[in-house]
Design a protein around this ligand. Structure first.
Ligand code: UD1
Ligand code: MG
Length: 455
């Protein structure tokens, strides 16, 4: 039998006033990725065939994020906020055109949903149900729709505003996600009315409508974390904590050594090889890959960086986007790297800035070396050949090239290319005045210091 086709509809309208932010709610991030991107990633991972995203009027940034994350996603605009069922119907053309076996409805502000749960939610449809609702038992049910279940079947969902005292006492609540049988989805959605306290078209009424159509509705239960909806910055940090716990657990399960996992912050796309060690207090921004055997020492911050096999980073290193460390490269304390390739075995162990550069294999960049890549308006490149030795406290004024195995004397300001194998010295010559300091002390004791200082 061919696998069932599925259209996912993600409701992402709403500015999210309670976030107190100029940014649309679903564009806020946890684990370095927008809330919307988390939901779209779970949907894509669950093998959904097509995805529609419903945005509010003027939510161009939300539509752009959807297109960036899932280029095939189609965007629909809900013109006025008239309820969750109305929002789903904004994607009616997609349902009508695609004729999916299943319609899966998710919320853009519920980012912790797992792909396996989406698959579980669809399963009852294959067994003949018309509606499947994701249920949970929150520690505090206030504000959630309550699920009314009888004889193992879902009979109705009652929104809190419309619920009786008896119904409010029910602990089983609506998590918001729902799956509808594609063949009946439009018929169900279009029969939903707005006869409730808020005068909105409630998606939750799909249950009662389906039952009136003699169709079956069921509840599928999950843990509370997966259906945590985000409305405030506090809830955003709570979701961040759950996301971090999951990422740390996944890294540990994959064999990464995290000495103090609770102090390491990961991004949803951080990838690790085998036998990687991450010391306490390390932050991984987006797009970092760490190959086998690398060690990331404490207090390092990495983003957009690739760490080669057996490389060593930190403590106190900052690797910015465009950093690529070759196998066995060593980046030590207080070294900042941006848009630079550090080839295998090269070292920059102390106090350096390397930007827009290539550092050849086994080169040694001495303490305090700076690539002067910015002239106030443009960026320029520095190339350091393999096996070169850059003496401490050198300034390499880009654009500039240091040839293979060349040697730069300590404290040089290098403004011209240095040929392979050469020595370049670009600093004031040392002057030595024999006996000067001794004479100074003698004159000082006679109160005649000035005479010597003029010398
Ligand atoms: C909804 C459910 C409730 C459930 C809760 C779980 C309904 C009627 N109620 O309530 O049973 O317990 O979620 O969190 O569905 N949206 C639109 N357009 C609209 C209205 C909403 O796009 O016109 C979107 C919102 O942006 C949000 C989602 O739908 O992503 C849910 O809407 P929200 O107002 O948060 O519903 P709740 O009152 O939380
Ligand atoms: Mg809500």
């Amino acid at each position: 039998m061919a696998p069932r086709t599925c259209l996912a509809i993600v409701l992402a309208a709403g500015e999210g006033k309670r976030m107190r932010s100029a940014m649309p709610k679903v564009l806020h991030a946890i684990a370095g990725r927008s809330l919307l991107a988390h939901v779209l990633a779970a949907i894509a991972e669950a093998g959904v065939t097509t995805t529609a995203v419903v945005v509010g009027p003027g939510d161009d940034a939300v539509a752009a994020e959807a297109a960036r994350v899932l280029p095939g996603a189609e965007c629909f605009v809900q013109r006025a906020r008239r309820g969750t069922a109305d929002a789903v119907l904004a994607a009616k053309p997609a349902i009508a055109r695609r004729r999916p076996d299943d319609v899966l409805i998710a919320y853009g502000d519920t980012p912790l949903i797992r792909s396996a749960t989406l698959t579980r939610l669809r399963a009852p449809l294959a067994a003949g149900a018309a509606v499947a609702v994701l249920a949970f038992r929150p520690s505090d049910p206030a504000g959630y729709g309550r699920l009314i279940v009888a004889d193992g079947e879902l009979v109705a969902i009652r929104e809190e505003a419309d619920a009786s005292a008896g119904e409010r006492a029910i602990g089983l609540c609506n998590g918001g996600l729902m799956a509808l049988a594609g063949a009946q989805a439009l018929a169900i959605l279009e029969r939903i009315g707005d006869h409730n306290r808020k005068g909105e078209f409630y998606l939750t009424d799909a249950v009662e409508v389906a039952r009136r159509m003699r169709l079956r509705a069921v509840a599928v239960e999950v843990e509370e974390d997966e259906v945590r909806g985000i409305n405030t910055k506090r809830q955003l940090t709570e979701a961040e904590a759950v996301a971090q716990q999951r990422l740390r657990a996944a890294a540990l399960d994959a064999g990464v050594t995290l000495i103090a996992p609770e102090t390491v912050f990961l991004s949803a796309d951080t990838t690790f090889g085998k036998d990687v060690v991450v010391e306490p207090y390390v932050v991984f921004g987006g797009n970092v890959t760490v190959e086998d055997g690398a060690v990331i020492h404490s207090f390092s911050h990495l983003a957009g960086a690739h760490i080669g096999k057996g490389a060593s980073v930190g403590p106190f290193a900052r690797l910015r986007p465009g950093t690529r460390l070759g196998a066995g490269a060593r980046i030590g304390n207080f070294v900042e790297i941006k848009e630079a390739v550090i080839e295998a075995g090269a070292k920059a162990n102390h106090l350096s800035y390397i930007g827009d550069a290539l550092v050849g294999a086994n080169a040694n960049v001495g303490a305090g070396t700076i690539t002067c890549n910015f002239d106030g308006s443009d960026k320029h490149r520095t190339t350091i050949g393999k096996d070169a030795f850059i003496g401490s406290n050198s300034a390499l004024v880009a654009p500039v090239e240091v040839g293979a195995a060349a040697y730069i004397g300590t404290g040089s300001v290098i403004t011209e290319n240095v040929p392979a194998g050469a020595l370049a010295l670009a600093r004031g010559r040392q002057i030595v005045k024999e006996g000067w300091a001794t004479r100074l002390r003698a004159l000082k004791s006679l109160g005649k210091k000035k005479a010597l200082l003029r010398d």
